[in-house]
Design a protein around this ligand. Structure first.
Ligand SMILES: *Cc1c(COP(=O)(O)O)cnc(C)c1O
Length: 395
């Protein structure tokens, strides 16, 4: 069981206090229920729990108490009725699509997506007759023109990876509502601490818990949040039978991550702002992409729909790939890895890694140049980070 909580508490309080599990010994810190199944007092009780007449856990593919505590806590933080946790962020996206869509349906989205999300849409869902089309992510008129009679899902990621472009969530949500098409928002970059898409009219939230929710680069996991009817029934039924479920151990790590999410996100905001402002003043840097800079074309929208700019800063280095690789190799405080949302600052060259498999033309069209570098600014002292970037850039 979990302790009662007030859904009107702020996300920070909910992150510490919503879905607090308590087992028979009344332990204070959540215990991990590393069990594949649950027992019953009698055959009659087993029948009642299996049929849903009595609440209770059955089998950890779809009901595990530690996973449920994480689901309850994250749903509360996002202001959603239900959450279904998944094995990874990608399995959250696949689960949502397979639970909702069928052959002949169409997904409307934009190119500003995590690379594997584009692969799922283009290479897998297409095999089952689900089509997808891509519009300009920042232009609501383009979204409006993209709807078809068979559009059954609109999917967005905001801010996008790696150029941190934004979608006007409330504007897009009203276009969707007028056509009765659900809107899903991948909220991985900001988390409920900095952006709550359901309040802006979205129907579903997707998370890769692997990133900021874990916060220390340890476990893979994901989540789908939404209403009782669709997430509680359709998505849950898919999970129950198809099984892309989160492990209890990873759920326990994420429960702990949610307790510190607000203070971590505020530090990520602050550190990223300092690094972005410094980068913007360097002659070796051509352009900085960061929603907390007034030079960001959607600075005003970021102020409106986000409670902070987030921790991702991308920038174009003068001198193309050679200069970008030299900078990356010259840092000592940044880890060269594609993960993000970690306490440790990570540095990536998107054109040769995360976006290396798409054609140079498609890359150029997406604005991902050879000199582009993506930083996920961590929790180190920003002065140390800036000194490190300075020696790598100028040294
Ligand atoms: C990492 C990521 C995913 C995929 O999550 P995994 O946990 O790696 O499967 C999806 N969306 C965004 C925005 C991501 O950054």
């Amino acid at each position: 069981m979990t302790l009662p909580f007030d859904p009107d508490w702020s996300p920070a309080t909910l992150g510490v206090r919503a879905g607090e599990p308590r087992a028979a010994n009344r332990e204070h810190s959540a215990a991990i229920q590393l069990t594949s199944s649950y027992t019953f007092d009698s055959a009659a009780q087993a029948a009642r729990v299996f049929s849903g007449d009595e609440a209770g856990c059955v089998y950890s593919r779809f009901t595990n108490a530690t996973v449920q505590a994480f689901e309850q806590r994250l749903a509360a933080m996002e202001g959603g009725e239900r959450c279904v946790a998944t094995a990874s962020g990608m399995s959250a996206i696949l689960t949502l699509c397979l639970a909702l869509l069928k052959t002949g349906d169409h997904i409307l989205t934009s190119r500003g997506l995590f690379g594997s999300t584009i692969q799922v849409f283009d290479n897998w869902l297409s095999r089952y007759g689900i089509s997808v089309s891509y519009v300009d992510m920042t232009d609501l008129a383009d979204w409006e023109a993209g709807f078809r009679d068979n559009t059954r899902l609109v999917f967005v990621e905001t801010p996008s990876n790696p150029l941190v472009e934004l979608v006007d969530i409330a504007g897009l949500a009203s276009l969707c509502r007028a056509r009765d098409v659900p809107l899903a928002v991948d909220n991985c970059f900001l988390t409920p601490v900095l952006q709550r898409p359901l309040e802006l009219g979205a129907d579903f939230i997707i998370h890769s818990a692997t990133k900021y929710i874990d916060g220390q680069g340890r476990c893979l996991g994901g989540a789908i949040i939404g209403d009782e009817a669709r997430v509680g029934k359709d998505v849950f039924a898919f999970m129950r039978n198809c099984g892309p479920c989160l492990s209890p151990f990873n759920a326990w790590v994420f429960l702990k991550g949610l307790e510190t999410l607000k203070v971590r996100m505020e530090a990520h905001n602050r550190h990223a702002q300092a690094v972005a402002e410094w980068l913007q003043a360097q002659s070796g840097v051509e352009r900085v992409y960061f929603p907390g800079l007034e030079s960001h074309p959607q600075f005003a929208l970021a102020r409106e729909q986000q409670r902070g700019p987030g921790g991702i800063v991308s920038f174009d280095v003068r001198g193309g790939r050679e200069a970008a690789w030299k900078l990356i190799d010259g840092t000592r405080l940044c880890s060269i890895t594609a993960n993000l949302g970690d306490a440790r600052t990570t540095i990536t060259h998107p054109a040769s890694t995360t976006h290396g498999r798409i054609s140079p033309q498609a890359r150029a069209a997406a604005g991902i140049g050879e000199g582009l570098v993506r930083l996920s600014v961590g929790l180190e002292d920003p002065d140390d980070l800036i000194a490190d970037l300075a020696q790598a850039l100028h040294g």
